[in-house]
Each structure stands twice: as structure tokens, then as C-alpha cells.
Design a protein around this ligand. Structure first.
Ligand code: HEM
Ligand code: HEM
Length: 188
């Protein structure tokens, strides 16, 4: 039997580099946040994160097809349809980000931006105690979202029987999934 599986490039190199650099800068910022001695490392990681988010906001308009916000903007209708498809056990397949993943992605970018801005304000002693509190809340909120994001990636990989983490490393996804996307009326 011929079981040749075709593949197709989904994530462009800048998006993949953005993702794994964001992971590194977030983890470094989080792990160094309590140390006075490592404050410079913390601030550097925080600024890197701010730079990466700025890049991603631009790339969302000019990047590859599946990296553009227009491809995965999660409207309430798309989100409801996707959640319904999960409930009836026939999860609609998306070649790029699915609507639930997309909500987490926009929240991650938003919390990251607030963490970086409030971190800068705290460092510059602008905004007093409020900024410190906002900074800590945004950082912890982002950590909670990261956990949800990783659980979502694992669940989604198993539901659709595709290795999403490998795709975020290599950029390629198998065409099998895309065929089902077309059959479902999903995005391709
Ligand atoms: C630690 C902090 C993390 C942050 C802040 C983060 C953030 C993000 C963001 C913003 C995206 C959207 C990518 C884009 O279109 O630009 C994304 C996608 C993705 N992330 Fe993460 N991520 C984190 C950790 C991880 C980890 C540890 C894994 C692997 C287990 C992972 C796997 C993925 C995958 C597979 C996608 C693509 C999901 C899809 O196919 O729709 N992420 N992540
Ligand atoms: C965006 C990624 C960042 C994350 C995840 C993060 C996370 C944290 C966390 C969890 C704390 C501990 C808060 C506390 O216990 O009071 C902290 C403290 C701090 N961060 Fe960040 N931070 C980030 C970016 C930045 C940036 C860009 C700056 C400066 C430009 C900065 C400056 C500071 C300072 C000065 C403190 C000490 C605040 C205090 O004395 O209570 N952070 N950060």
C-alpha cells in the first residue's frame, strides 16, 4: 500500500525563530525576577521579549500566509464553531492556528506587552507601587497562559494526530491534515 505523506511549509523561519526566542526570553525573565544580583539579566530578557513582541505585531501583517493575523483572527463565531466541533468529537482542523489557540496567542502577546511596559516603568520608578503590582500580575498571568497554551498544544496534537511542536521547529506539517481541513471547510 502506498502511504506516502506529502508535507507543506506552514510556519516561516522568522515565526519559528520568534517563537523559540520568546520562550527563552520569557523563561529567563521569569527565573531571574526575584534576584537583585541578576536584575540586569532580567531587564535584558524583558527588553528582548518586548522587541520580539514588536516584531511579531509587524510580522502579523507582512509575514507568511499562516503567520498573518488575518489568517487566525479568532472571531466569536469561529471560536464557538470550533468549540462545538470539539464537543461533538469532530474537531475542525486548521492548517494554521485554530481559533482556541489563537485566543491564547493574542492573550500571550498582550500580557507580554503589559509585563514589559510595566517592568520598564517599575525600573524607571514611574507609577510607583501600582506599576510593581501590575508587573507582577502580568508576569504571573502570562505564566498561567503559558501552561494553558502548552496543555492546548498537547491536546490539539493528540486530537488531530499531528506533531505540532515538531511543526513549530521544522515549519512543515503533513498534507493529510490539510486535506481534512478542506473536507471540513476549515482554513487551508
Ligand atoms: C514558554 C513560553 C511560551 C510562550 C510565551 C509561547 C508563545 C507562543 C505564541 C505567541 C505562539 C504563536 C506563534 C506565532 O504565530 O507567532 C505559539 C505557538 C505555538 N507554541 Fe508556544 N509558547 C511558549 C511555550 C511553548 C512550548 C514549551 C511549546 C512546546 C511544548 C510550545 C509550542 C507551540 C506550538 C506547537 C505552537 C503552534 C500552535 C499551533 O499549531 O497552532 N510553546 N506559542
Ligand atoms: C516581559 C517580561 C518580564 C517578566 C515575565 C518579568 C517578571 C517579573 C517578576 C515576576 C518580578 C517579581 C515581582 C515581585 O516579586 O515584586 C519582576 C520584578 C521586576 N522586574 Fe520584571 N519582568 C519582565 C520584564 C521586565 C522589564 C522589561 C523590566 C525593566 C525594563 C523589568 C524590571 C523589573 C524590576 C525593576 C523588578 C523589581 C520590582 C520590585 O522591586 O518589586 N522587568 N519582573
Amino acid at each position: 500500500m502506498n502511504t506516502k505523506i506529502e508535507t507543506r511549509r506552514v510556519w516561516d523561519l522568522p515565526t519559528r525563530m520568534f517563537h523559540w526566542s520568546l520562550v527563552a526570553s520569557f523563561l529567563i525573565a521569569f527565573l531571574t525576577s526575584d534576584s537583585e544580583k541578576l536584575r540586569d539579566v532580567h531587564v535584558l530578557a524583558g527588553y528582548s521579549l518586548a522587541g520580539l513582541i514588536t516584531f511579531r505585531l509587524l510580522w502579523g501583517f507582512v509575514g507568511g500566509k499562516y503567520s498573518r493575523f488575518a489568517d487566525f483572527l479568532p472571531t466569536p463565531q469561529k471560536l464557538i464553531d470550533y468549540l462545538k466541533s470539539l464537543l461533538v468529537g469532530k474537531p475542525r482542523h486548521y492548517v494554521g492556528h485554530n481559533p482556541a489557540g489563537a485566543v491564547a496567542i493574542f492573550l500571550l502577546l498582550g500580557f507580554g506587552a503589559v509585563a514589559a511596559l510595566s517592568g520598564w516603568a517599575t525600573y524607571e520608578e514611574v507609577g510607583g507601587h501600582f506599576m510593581e503590582e501590575l508587573h507582577e500580575t502580568a508576569a504571573n498571568g502570562m505564566m498561567a497562559l503559558v501552561v494553558i497554551h502548552i496543555v492546548g498544544v498537547i491536546v490539539s496534537s493528540s486530537l488531530h494526530r499531528e506533531n505540532l511542536v515538531l511543526a513549530m521547529i521544522t515549519g512543515w506539517k503533513s498534507k493529510q491534515g490539510q486535506d481534512s481541513a478542506q473536507a471540513d471547510g476549515g482554513r487551508s
